[in-house]
Design a protein around this ligand. Structure first.
Ligand code: GTP
Ligand code: MG
Length: 245
C-alpha cells in the first residue's frame, strides 16, 4: 500500500471483486501497517467455511502464494513481528526467486494457533500482452536483465508521463517533463556521476571519450521507482479506467 497510488482504492477493490477476489487488505509489510487485520480476517474466513469444520483440528496451516517478489516472505515476517514479537523467519530480497522451495511451516500467531507455508513466487506460463509483461517486469517479478534495464526504464518513463506523475522531474532535478528516455537517462547518469570512458576508433587514431552510462542510470531510475522515491504509482490505472462501471 505504500508504493501504490491508492486514490482509486474503491475502484481497485471493485475490479478485484469482479474477478472473484474478495477480502482485500492493503498492507505495508516493511512498516507493519494493516498487518493486524490479516489473521482475524483469515480466521473468520476459515471458521465460516463449513469445509473446514473438523472439530479435532484447532490449528490453522495456510499457504502463502503469489507472483515473485510481491512480498510473501515479508508478510510472514511482519505477522511474526506483530503477533509473536519474533524476528525474521524467512529470507526476503529485492529480486524474484528469493524463496526457492516450500520450507517448513512458520508459526505466526499463538491464538489462534496459525502456521504459514512460504512458497516461491510463480508467474502464469503465458502473459496476456506485452504491456502486462512490462508491468510485471517493472514490479520485479522477473530479473531485469531478461527484459533489459533500459527497456524497463523507457516503459516506466512512458507510464509516469501518461499518468502525469512528475515526481521523477524533481527527484533528478530535470528542467521539466520529458518523453525521451535517452535524454532523461543521460541527465540521470551525469547527475549521479555514472559516466564511462569509451574508446572511439577514428581515422587519425583512437580517442577516449566520456559517455553517460545509460544502463547504470536506468538501474537507478528503476530502483528509485521501486523504493517509492518517485511517488506512489498505480500501474494498472488503464485497466481500471477501461473496466465497466
Ligand atoms: N515498500 C515496500 N516494500 C516491500 C513490501 N513488502 C515487501 N517489500 C519488499 O519487496 C521485496 C520482495 O519481498 P519478498 O518478501 O522477498 O518477496 P517474495 O514474494 O517472498 O519474493 P520471492 O520469494 O522471490 O517470490 C523486498 O525488497 C521487500 O523488502 C511493502 O509492503 N512495502
Ligand atoms: Mg519469498
Amino acid at each position: 500500500m505504500d508504493l501504490a497510488d491508492l486514490k482509486d482504492q474503491q475502484k481497485i477493490i471493485q475490479h478485484l471483486e469482479g474477478q472473484g477476489l474478495q477480502n482485500v487488505i492493503f498492507t505495508n509489510c516493511v512498516k507493519d501497517k494493516n498487518i493486524k487485520q490479516v489473521i482475524p480476517a483469515v480466521t473468520e474466513l476459515v471458521r465460516s467455511s463449513y469445509r473446514y469444520h473438523r472439530g479435532e483440528n484447532v490449528e490453522l496451516c495456510i499457504m502463502v502464494i503469489g507472483v515473485p517478489n510481491v512480498g510473501k516472505s515479508s508478510l510472514i515476517n511482519s505477522l511474526r513481528r506483530q503477533h509473536l514479537r519474533k524476528g525474521k523467519a524467512t529470507r526476503v530480497g529485492g529480486e524474484p526467486g528469493v524463496t526457492r522451495a516450500v520450507m517448513s511451516r512458520i508459526q505466526v500467531c499463538e491464538r489462534p494457533l496459525m502456521f504459514l507455508l512460504d512458497t516461491p513466487g510463480v508467474l502464469a506460463p503465458r502473459i496476456e500482452s506485452v504491456e502486462t509483461g512490462l508491468k510485471l517486469a517493472l514490479c520485479g517479478t522477473v530479473r531485469d536483465h531478461l527484459v533489459g534495464e533500459e527497456t524497463l526504464a523507457d516503459y516506466l518513463l512512458y507510464t509516469l508521463n501518461r499518468h502525469q506523475l512528475f515526481g521523477y522531474v524533481q527527484h533528478y532535478g530535470l528542467g521539466g517533463a520529458c518523453d525521451d528516455v535517452g535524454s532523461v537517462l543521460k541527465h540521470v547518469a551525469v547527475r549521479l556521476g555514472k559516466t564511462q570512458k569509451v574508446k572511439v576508433l577514428t581515422g587519425t587514431g583512437n580517442v577516449n571519450v566520456i559517455q553517460p552510462n545509460y544502463t547504470a542510470a536506468a538501474h537507478d531510475f528503476l530502483r528509485a521507482f521501486r523504493s517509492g522515491l518517485l511517488g506512489p504509482v498505480m500501474l494498472d490505472r488503464d485497466v481500471l479506467q477501461s473496466a465497466p462501471p
